[in-house]
Design a protein around this ligand. Structure first.
Ligand code: ASP
Ligand code: MG
Length: 478
């Protein structure tokens, strides 16, 4: 018998950041958005901690680790911030108000107890993750009670039950196969139910196979939303919307140039480059997850949900478009150069270097090595430069006299990004002639073989001049 393929139901996963959940006005806006989308779609909401709370929890953790911990005032601040929100959005005397207040009290008392035991056990990143996860747990539970109080049908799901990760605490990566199974088991029946339930999922954290809470890195709620859509894409027609306080991806950093404008359509691979360099609009890993199952993704402005000014991210690299989509930058980075006459005869130097940095959690932003192999240059976060200098100079291998280590602190990175440069000759030539004609000295260059970006390193004082010149050359007149 021929089985008719049923049309898949639409499922929209929406990510709400901390500023969407901070007061009566923003909760009102959140519910306005829900109303727009709930008519034609099943909904999963993924929420961040209330604005500012993650930072407070990190402070709470570090204060708890001190020899004479002093955490009372920060606990009080956590209590008051949440109470204020609850008082603004829920009516005293209602069951939802009571549920929210009870949940808050119970969780803060757990937190306070945790703070006390840190002094007794060794401080560790897994305890930090556990502590920081309370932000999302509280905000999402409050959102859930708010929906119930407004007569929506809703469910609350804490993400340690459904998002399985590795044990890289603080920056864990999801294990997609295992998460898919757990998500389907726990959330599948909610979506299947005849009633139109809205599922409220805590963002930002998951757990290891030993049930320890992990966090997905700052801004990780984006990633949670992407994972939810990934898990349901085989059964539903999924889309992810990231509600943000900007309209979407811009083609340059507006803090550096006033030429920046909105990119209305961009491919996953280009967006990943943008998310990595400078514009921290989205958690970079979430684009990878969206790309794996080609889930259409939108970044939309929270304040103006029906605006036509937003970014859509899909698989296609628009052909008729400009070769270069964006000129992005990291204004403040540092660069380390290791020079030695002996690198040629020392195979394994590069691997020793990267193991040293990797084992110490140093993130490398770019690498460039000349073919003479006697020097290697790499970019690192400005804030980590001192640590890198210390590690190299004190290392058994690199600290020896035949290596010369130089760290340059006053540099910027610019990346010219666009899928159109794939197999288009002359892009690098145009980058260098534009910079040369504008008197900008290039200190290092890197291009990945993906050919999605050309990265140049320049003196920081030239950053604005270089971005403006490249923007004019490739985007205004490209
Ligand atoms: N609350 C976490 C943070 O501030 C996660 C997020 O906002 O996505 O980084
Ligand atoms: Mg946040």
């Amino acid at each position: 018998m021929i089985q008719l393929v049923k049309n898949k139901t639409n499922l929209v996963v929406m990510k709400f950041g901390g500023s969407c959940l901070q007061d009566a006005k923003s909760f009102g806006q959140t519910s306005k958005i829900i109303n727009i989308y709930m008519k034609d779609n099943k909904l999963i909401l993924v929420a961040s901690a209330i604005k500012g709370i993650t930072d407070k929890l990190i402070t709470f953790y570090s204060r708890s680790c001190e020899e004479t911990p002093d955490c009372e005032d920060i606990l009080e601040e956590l209590l008051v911030s949440h109470q204020n929100v609850i008082n603004e959005i829920l009516k005293k005397g209602t069951p939802e108000y009571k549920n929210a207040m009870d949940f808050l009290q119970a969780n803060l008392s757990d937190l306070s107890q945790l703070g006390r035991v840190i002094g007794l056990i060794r401080p560790s990143t897994d305890i930090q993750d556990l502590i920081v996860s309370y932000g999302e747990k509280l905000s999402t539970y409050i959102l859930y009670q708010y929906l119930l109080s407004n007569k929506y049908k809703a469910e609350f799901v804490s993400s340690e039950e459904i998002i399985r990760t590795d044990d890289n605490f603080g920056n864990a990566l999801p294990l997609l196969d295992e998460s898919e199974k757990l998500v389907n088991e726990r959330v599948g029946p909610i979506l299947n139910s005849k009633e139109n339930f809205i599922t409220c999922v805590t963002g930002f954290y998951g757990s290891t196979k030993d049930k320890k809470i992990t966090t997905l890195g700052r801004g990780g709620t984006d990633l949670t939303a992407a994972i939810m859509a990934y898990c349901f894409q085989p059964k539903y027609n999924c889309k992810v919307i990231y509600w943000k306080d900007v309209n979407g991806f811009l083609n340059a950093d507006p803090r550096i140039t006033d030429k920046a404008s909105l990119l209305k359509q961009i491919s996953y691979i280009e967006a990943k480059e943008l998310a990595f360099f400078g514009s921290k609009v989205l958690h970079p890993v979430c684009l990878d997850v969206n790309e794996k199952r080609e889930i259409p993704s939108e970044i939309r402005p929270f304040d103006d949900p029906e605006s036509s000014e937003y970014t859509v991210i899909t698989k296609d690299i628009k052909k008729d478009d400009k070769i270069i989509k964006a000129i992005t930058s990291i204004q403040k980075i540092s660069m380390a150069t290791i020079t030695s006459g002996t690198m040629v005869s020392l195979p394994g130097t590069v691997s020793k270097l990267f193991s040293l940095l990797g084992n110490n959690n140093i993130n490398i932003i770019f690498i460039s090595q000349s073919s003479s192999e006697n020097n290697i240059t790499f970019g690192i976060n400005f804030d980590e430069a001192m640590k890198v200098s210390f590690l190299l100079r004190n290392s058994e291998f690199f600290g020896k006299q035949w290596f010369n280590i130089k760290i340059d602190h006053d540099i910027s990175l610019i990346a010219v990004v666009g899928g159109g440069m794939l197999q288009t000759p002359g892009v690098a030539g145009k980058v260098f002639s534009t910079l040369g004609n504008n008197g900008v000295n290039v200190k290092a260059i890197a291009q990945g073989s993906s050919e999605l970006n050309i990265t140049i390193i320049i003196d920081r004082e030239d950053c604005k001049k270089a971005v403006d010149a490249l923007y004019d050359a490739f985007i205004n007149n490209g």
